[in-house]
Design a protein around this ligand. Structure first.
Ligand code: AMP
Length: 420
């Protein structure tokens, strides 16, 4: 088989790495990829949003399956465009990706189906939103409806902050993504990420993971795309997993099918584990980045048959096996991330750091210039390690981090500390 992965981050590197290990696969391509992906796949210089060029490449290279990594092309309808040309694709249709693309759509579905989530209202008018906020009080959460690269959510500690967030979003800070907002109840608890494959009718739980969103140690500083993750997540016990499947994932899959847009692909539930049980914070329509990296290191089964079965609607015939070990990913980011990451600095020592067979260094924002690897983005590397337990995996990951000679980058030193 020939598989094309679309995207250029650490998540796509992990997917290329797992796919290239499949005996079913002859060639793996990645559009556009990065310097590290080039070691596991053939990179083709096509952007993830260039649908016409992706389709042309698939025809020319006789691609059997396209795996779409990031949310932007999914929400914009890349899977629909590929399937319309007879090219098999893994990922939700544009209509199904609205679970991530529109928070209002997701919340309305939860309300209709009785899926546990924060109480909410949708607004396009700032005065009405502020009046609602005044009746509810702080803390309260204000969210831009559409995709805002992880920056569209304000957890407001005061009414002033909440009202400012309303003005910012409805005043155009996020463009059309913020033309509508959701104001919702603040949920207290621990967060966890839960992943399931869905084929339109069936759902297969994958492993859960814990991520670290803030840029600084001790969960301080700005929100980021994610500074590290580990799996399994000890808080997601088998009982909680069963509740999440029963109360959240399966009702969603049934409702999406009934409403005429069956959900196929990875369904990523951002959860708050509250005193009343797990509640849905948000849905994402793809693997998490960096959660995908530890997940792929823990996956014992061949990923490719599961991807094909998801697309073909026969997930009920698939059973995935996982290594019992823990896996952890420590993200290394360019200095200045997330506000103003410095590009072009040289990274040395990657061979020594990646020599441990239980470590894999996934690349995100990197590029090669001659023999040199240069930083070319905000999040740059995902140093991922396995171990018999979380503490062992963490120690191994940081040992490799410390072998990387990159004065232009930094990482958090406390990934996985709370649970290991
Ligand atoms: P989202 O993009 O919806 O996942 O929101 C980003 C982050 O904001 C989440 O990971 C949570 O930490 C926080 N958050 C979002 N909604 C809520 C809520 N209703 N209550 C508490 N925290 C929230």
């Amino acid at each position: 088989m020939r598989i094309l992965v679309v995207g250029s981050g650490g998540r796509e590197h992990a997917l290329c790495w797992a796919i290239s290990a499949s005996p079913l696969v002859d060639r793996v391509y990645c559009a556009p990829g990065n310097a590290g992906i080039a070691e596991d796949a053939e990179c083709v210089p096509i952007g993830a949003m260039d649908f016409a060029a992706i389709i042309a490449f698939c025809k020319q290279a006789a691609i059997d399956l396209v795996v779409v990594g990031p949310e932007a092309p999914l929400v914009a309808g890349l899977v629909d465009a590929l399937e319309a040309e007879g090219i098999a694709a893994f990922g939700p249709s544009k209509a199904a990706a609205a679970l991530e693309g529109s928070k209002g759509f997701m919340k309305d579905l939860c309300a209709r189906e009785g899926i546990p989530t924060a109480a909410y209202r949708r607004f396009t008018d700032a005065r009405a939103a502020k009046a609602y906020i005044a009746t509810k009080g702080a803390p309260i959460v204000v969210k831009a409806d559409g995709l805002a690269a992880g920056k569209g959510v304000v957890v407001a500690a005061t009414l002033v902050e909440a009202n400012e967030a309303v003005d910012a979003a409805l005043g155009g800070r996020f463009g059309v993504a913020g033309a509508e907002i959701v104001v919702e109840e603040f949920l207290a608890g621990e967060e966890a990420s839960f992943f399931a494959l869905c084929d339109g009718e069936h759902a297969l739980p994958l492993a859960a993971a814990q991520d670290h969103k803030r840029v600084g140690d001790g969960d301080t500083g700005s929100n980021t795309g994610g500074m590290g993750a580990y799996s399994p997540a000890p808080m997601v016990t088998p009982e909680i997993e069963a509740q999440v499947m029963e109360r959240i994932i399966l009702p969603t899959v049934r409702a999406m099918a009934r409403d005429g847009h069956p959900y196929k692909g990875v369904l990523y539930a951002g959860l708050m584990l509250t005193a009343e049980g797990p509640k849905l914070i948000e849905y994402n329509c793809r693997f998490g980045d960096p959660e995908c990296q530890p997940l792929m290191m823990r996956l014992q089964s061949d990923l490719v048959p599961a991807l094909l079965a998801t697309r073909d609607g026969i997930l009920n015939r698939v059973d995935l096996r996982w290594y019992d070990e823990s896996a952890i990913c420590v993200v290394m980011a360019a200095n200045g991330y997330p506000d103003d990451p410095q590009r072009g600095t040289e990274i040395r020592g990657l061979d020594a750091a990646g020599a441990d067979p239980d470590v894999k260094i996934f690349h995100a924002g990197t590029k090669r210039e001659g023999n040199r690897i240069l930083a070319d983005g905000g999040r740059v590397l995902g140093v991922t390690a396995t171990g018999t337990d979380l503490a062992t995996a963490r120690e191994r990951a940081y040992r490799s981090v410390d072998l990387i000679d990159w004065p232009g980058g930094f990482c958090r030193r406390d990934i996985g500390r709370r649970d290991g």
